[in-house]
Design a protein around this ligand. Structure first.
Ligand SMILES: Cc1ncc(COP(=O)(O)O)c(C=O)c1O
Length: 399
């Protein structure tokens, strides 16, 4: 036998391969704008205020705690539900912040990030044909997560320019097939937050129905102007029908860690873990151990809102020298700006042009709508070093 490939076998192998194909479960999905804008920004050496990640260093103490955990040997699997001391600290924080008792054994599951928690919750619940109410503009994973589960996204626009929920429209869109309502506060991309009256409306909409709630609270502490975060966890009657999803990466400025958690009722958590245990099974151990120590410092999480508010205020103050008009941001990493005084291009054309010609990347808000609704607004991420914000605005002033 020599090592040469038998040509007839090779042809057969090739022929078979070319006949292999898969039916895309997400035929409408391509590369996301975040990847497009980030690669364009790095190709052109532009300042990236597009994608939502901080460029300043994360907390040194947290790094040391994770390092210490690795050195002490916390490098093997932790339980599928998550490292118990971390779950206990989360329960304690919730009791302190929201005055709600959560059982760390039966209601908290540590996940590899907020996006995974959301996907797992939807996969746990949805059956083909179920309807899920999604408010747009919406974080880009929601619709594909619903579609991949053969359920139907029912889209409702937040009322522009305040980006408020139109509860009358929600009532009109409820059908016997409505299985879930997805909420996100503080909100990406707009920085709006749910108010007490939204919670009252939500209560009345779901009363006497079997509608569930998915509450994406990955920007939990990043809320400004002394507003209170209307976490679903504050409301036990709503919590019993909810999956509430969080992200350590977002709040502790380490988005690359991809660690988060989901809180739900014991019954729902049991089902959630059935999906989770055969997907990820167990999340990164040393980060869980480090966070379990770090979470005991209340001052660290209580300071996060003020820290990010200062970023928003500084960026807004710098931007007042440009022709952009700020729409209010009350939380998250983001603020939306209207550019209608500058151009009547579509928001996608506009963001591509300012990235190329002025060296600042942003995200067109139309990409957060399935229909591509274009209100001539773009999203900037202000979770950046002051010097990055200054350099970016020096360029934006020239437009
Ligand atoms: C609204 C929203 N939900 C979830 C996530 C994802 O969080 P994680 O990085 O922990 O998966 C993001 C990240 O951009 C987000 O903006």
């Amino acid at each position: 036998m020599n090592n040469c490939i038998n040509p007839s076998k090779f042809t057969f192998y090739f022929f078979t391969l070319s006949n292999l194909h898969i039916h895309s479960k997400l035929p409408d999905v391509g590369t996301t704008i975040f990847t497009v804008m980030s690669s364009l920004a790095s190709e052109l050496n532009a300042i990236n205020l597009g994608q939502g990640f901080p460029d300043f260093p994360m907390n040194e103490d947290l790094i040391s705690l994770v390092n210490e955990a690795m050195k002490k040997g916390f490098n093997q699997y932790v339980p599928m539900q998550g490292y118990m001391p971390l779950r206990e600290c989360i329960a304690e924080k919730i009791s302190f912040l929201y005055n709600t008792t959560i059982d760390p054994a039966e209601q908290i599951t540590i996940t590899p990030g907020g996006t995974y928690a959301i996907y797992t919750a939807l996969t746990t619940v949805l059956q083909p044909g179920d309807e899920v109410i999604i408010f747009e503009p919406a974080y880009d994973s929601y619709i594909p997560n619903v579609v991949i589960n053969k359920a139907k996204p029912v889209l409702i626009n937040l009322k522009f320019p305040e980006y408020k929920i139109d509860w009358e429209e929600v009532r009109k869109k409820i059908t016997p097939k409505t299985r879930m309502i997805m909420l996100n506060s503080p909100h990406n991309p707009t920085g709006t937050v749910l108010r007490e009256e939204d919670i009252q409306q939500l209560r009345s909409v779901v009363a006497n129905t079997d509608i569930l709630i998915l509450s994406d609270e990955v920007y939990e502490h990043l809320i400004f102007d002394n507003l209170q975060h209307q976490s679903i966890i504050r409301f036990p009657d709503l919590l019993q029908r909810s999956f509430v999803c969080f992200s350590f990466g977002k709040i502790y400025h380490c988005t690359g860690w991809k660690l988060g958690y989901c809180i739900s009722s014991p019954i729902f958590t049991k089902e959630f873990r059935k999906v989770h245990q055969f997907n990820c099974f167990s999340c990164n151990s040393p980060t869980q151990v480090g966070l379990s120590k770090f979470l005991q410092h209340k001052t660290a999480y209580l300071a996060l809102g003020k820290f990010m508010q200062e970023k928003r205020d500084y960026f807004q103050q710098l931007m007042s020298a440009t022709k952009f008009n700020a729409l209010p941001s009350y939380g998250s990493y983001f603020q939306v700006y209207d550019y209608s005084r500058i151009s009547d291009e579509s928001d996608t054309e506009f963001t591509l042009r300012i990235t190329k010609d002025f060296g600042v990347a942003s995200i067109p808000v139309s990409v957060f709508y399935k229909s591509g609704k274009d209100d001539k607004v773009v999203r900037f991420c202000f979770a950046k070093k002051n010097e990055t914000l200054e350099k970016a605005v020096e360029r934006l002033i020239k437009i």
